[in-house]
Design a protein around this ligand. Structure first.
Ligand code: HEM
Length: 195
């Protein structure tokens, strides 16, 4: 049964790696290749989410939960898998909502930032998986150099949680403000005049 997880995890890893590359090419270059990367991003993102769900479900089905939670290495692996899923779901929702405008203006930089963050998260998920399967890579040493000992449970300090809550509230406030402005009679009138 373990072979099922080993086989399935290659799909989200490959699709997320491809999506990261497509976002970088689509945002940082011009020409035909950039256009193709932008146009094909959404299907690749949707496929990556389906593949990630299959990999996560297989992880929970293959090994008993008590065994998973008994090991800090597996706990870290699950944590990073869920963080990766959360972040890539957000990127997919943004690309879905913006469609053709996803790479316009400041949105492209938001996509690049989120893709680099998401790329780091899925790489850590994979490297912890490799560690579990007895094949640590040089990337694990990099994670260690950043101050994360992979053999002890990853904890987020309280001050980081507080900053995350503040950033979340700030984003929600900006979103509500932008939404209200987009519906204000002045903005609607100028849009009608332009069209
Ligand atoms: C996006 C989700 C996930 C990804 C990308 C991922 C990735 C990986 C990778 C790359 C490996 C090494 C496989 C190999 O060397 O052939 C692995 C192993 C492993 N994964 Fe995951 N994983 C994910 C989710 C999960 C979840 C949710 C669990 C548990 C609930 C889990 C438990 C394990 C365990 C226990 C191993 C070690 C297998 C062994 O020792 O043979 N994984 N994973």
């Amino acid at each position: 049964m373990t072979g099922i997880h080993h086989m399935l995890v290659h799909f989200p890893e490959a699709f997320w790696a491809l999506a990261t590359l497509m976002i970088l090419v689509g945002a940082l270059s011009r020409g035909r290749l950039a256009e193709i990367a932008q146009a094909a991003l959404l299907p690749v993102l949707v496929l990556s989410l389906l593949a990630a769900l299959a990999a996560i479900v297989s992880g929970f089905l293959v090994w008993p939960m008590e065994a998973n939670l008994a090991s800090p290495l597996v706990r870290n692996h699950i944590l990073m898998a869920l963080w990766s899923l959360g972040l890539w779901t957000l990127i997919t929702a943004l690309a879905w909502q913006a469609r053709d405008a996803a790479f316009i203006d400041s949105r492209r930089w938001a996509l690049v930032f989120l893709a680099l963050l998401g790329g780091g998260l899925f790489a850590i998920t994979g490297t912890l998986g490799g560690h579990l399967a007895g094949a640590p890579t040089a990337f694990s040493a990099l994670v260690g150099a950043l101050g994360w000992n992979v053999y002890t449970t990853f904890y987020v300090p309280y001050w980081v949680l507080a900053v995350m809550v503040l950033v979340g509230l700030g984003c929600a406030w900006l979103g509500v403000r932008e939404f209200r402005q987009s519906r204000s009679p002045k903005r609607v009138k100028s849009r009608v005049t332009i069209s």
